[in-house]
Design a protein around this ligand. Structure first.
Ligand code: KIV
Ligand code: ZN
Length: 507
């Protein structure tokens, strides 16, 4: 069986989804989970694009040592140098250089001719090679590039030292038959192609990203670039979970293996959805809430008799064993720490103390605390790490008749206590207005959603919001058994992100 290299680009192409910006702590948390999932390559970001992304890639390169850590770079000297600076401490570093090759990009965007493109590709791959052995090259918009020119670019890149050549269907235009012919053409016409791994990178504009990625395996492609939940530019990228589960479920057709631990799929999907604030559509294959729900009587009847009558995948195999009852009010710090470790979290002593204190508060309000609840508590702790303003107290009065009123107390950047109050059309509006009176960051709330993490009246509610400030979208999340408090936390989280971004810009 041939091994397929799983190249995860959730933290780079996935993060390019509108409004999905992640901070360094969240990126690191996701990278650690991708490590547990067993991906071979983590494309951690695009260091030359912003100081924040540089720092996040640098952090991941230092902290995550098993997989290859890859940094993306424009085919420009400064970008290649920044990519190297960010990943040079990685155990297995890779630089990924990209450059458009289609006439439409050359003419309208780059304003360069084909000879210039070949020269730049050669020089920038060679520059990256001066830093590391492991260099990937992508001719952007490959599927709309004239094949004979594509062959020349690939040959030049491999000659200059590229060890992986990636074929991006940048605009999601290809269909499987056509994509297979393109790959066949590459193997037949690029003389040195056997010196590199050939990779596929498919976008989902026509809903064909996974189909295109799987189709070309039989034509010699050995690396697939994909993202968790299929997030990415526009309609997204090929979904990792769909690819690996297709390979795992249809072993009769695909003679390929991956190193993915399927039992980590569900948790990884949830983490990415929570950090990016991008909900997974209920009917999404593998990880959607309805993917293993059977509604019609005849299906339910079949499942009760024999699961395989209507299920091609055992939900337990992707880590959906049901919520395990774990801890309660009387559990001690040791049991708490050990359960977190089993779930894959290693917190510092300080983080552990704070999370344990919130766990005890929660245990006073909620009888059974599940693994899902613990995941939320850890996420709350990680969010708190990068705060400029911290929510100390929130108090509302509302009703009908009544005038919704909120009083807010915050701790400011210098540890000062800041308090104010406001009226609103409802309790959340009043809370947001009171916070605005203290922080004063101009913004518009564009989305607001609440969901309960587990079942039951005492469940934790998680609020996800989006705000727009100076033309940029920011996600905010907050969780609490009280949804007004969760709403306040979500707003503070979004505002802290705005402030962190501004700080970065002003640096
Ligand atoms: O879609 C694309 O072409 C890309 C490249 C940077 C590989 O994401
Ligand atoms: Zn892409």
């Amino acid at each position: 069986m041939d091994k397929i290299i799983v190249f995860d680009t959730t933290l780079r192409d996935g993060e390019q989804s509108a409004g999905a910006a992640l901070n360094a702590e969240e990126k690191l948390e996701i990278a650690k989970q991708l490590d547990r999932l067993g991906v071979d390559v983590i494309e951690a970001g695009f260091p030359s694009s912003s100081r924040g992304d540089f720092d996040a890639v640098h952090l991941i390169a230092r902290e995550v040592s098993r997989p290859i850590i890859c940094a993306l770079a424009y085919a420009q000297p400064k970008a290649v140098d920044a990519a190297w600076e960010a990943i040079k401490e990685a155990r297995y570093p890779r630089i990924h250089v990209f450059l458009s090759s289609s006439d439409i990009h050359l003419f309208y965007q780059l304003r360069k001719n084909r000879e210039e493109i070949i020269d730049i590709a050669k020089n920038m791959v060679a520059r990256a090679k001066g830093y590391t052995e492991d260099v990937e090259f992508s001719p952007m918009d490959a599927t709309r590039t004239e094949p004979s020119f594509l062959y020349q670019v690939l040959e030049a890149a491999i000659k200059a030292g590229a060890t992986t050549v990636n074929i991006p269907d940048t605009v999601g235009y290809a269909i499987p038959k056509e994509f297979c012919s393109l790959i066949d053409g590459i193997f037949d016409n690029v003389p040195n192609i056997h010196h590199a791994v050939v990779s596929a990178h498919c976008h989902n504009d026509l809903g064909l990203a996974v189909a295109n990625s799987l189709a070309v395996l039989d034509r010699g492609v050995r690396q697939i670039e994909c993202t968790i939940n299929g997030i990415g530019e526009r309609a997204g990228n090929a979904a990792l979970e769909e690819i690996v589960m297709a390979l795992g479920t249809r072993r009769d057709l695909f003679n390929y293996t991956t190193d993915i631990d399927f039992t980590q799929i569900s948790k990884t999907s949830r983490l990415v959805s929570e950090c990016t604030g991008m909900p997974v559509q209920p009917n999404k294959a593998i990880v959607g809430a309805n993917a293993f729900r059977h509604e019609s009587g005849i299906h339910q009847n079949g499942i009760l008799k024999e699961r395989t009558t209507y299920e091609i995948i055992d939900p337990e195999s992707i880590g959906l064993a049901g919520t395990t009852l774990t801890l309660g009010k009387l559990s001690g710090r040791h049991a708490f720490k050990s359960r977190l470790r089993d779930l894959g979290y290693t917190l510092s002593e300080e983080e552990l103390s704070r999370t344990f204190a919130t766990f005890k508060e929660l245990a006073d309000k909620k009888r059974d605390i599940t693994d899902r609840d613990l995941e939320v508590l850890v996420a709350e702790e990680l969010r708190a790490v990068s705060e400029t303003y911290h929510l100390e107290q929130v108090q509302v009065s509302c009703g009908d008749p009544g005038i919704p009123t909120a009083t807010i107390k915050l701790v400011g950047p210098e540890g000062q206590i800041l308090a104010d109050a406001a009226l609103g059309t409802g309790p959340v509006d009043a809370v947001y207005k009171a916070i605005d009176r203290i922080i004063g960051v101009p913004n518009t709330l564009t989305e607001f959603s609440v969901k309960s993490i587990t079942g039951g009246i005492d469940a934790i509610g998680e609020v996800t919001i989006r705000i727009e400030s100076e033309g940029k979208t920011y996600v905010g999340r907050g969780a609490s058994t009280d949804i007004v408090v969760a709403s306040a936390k979500a707003y503070m989280n979004a505002l802290n992100r705005v402030l962190a971004t501004k700080g970065e810009v002003n640096r």
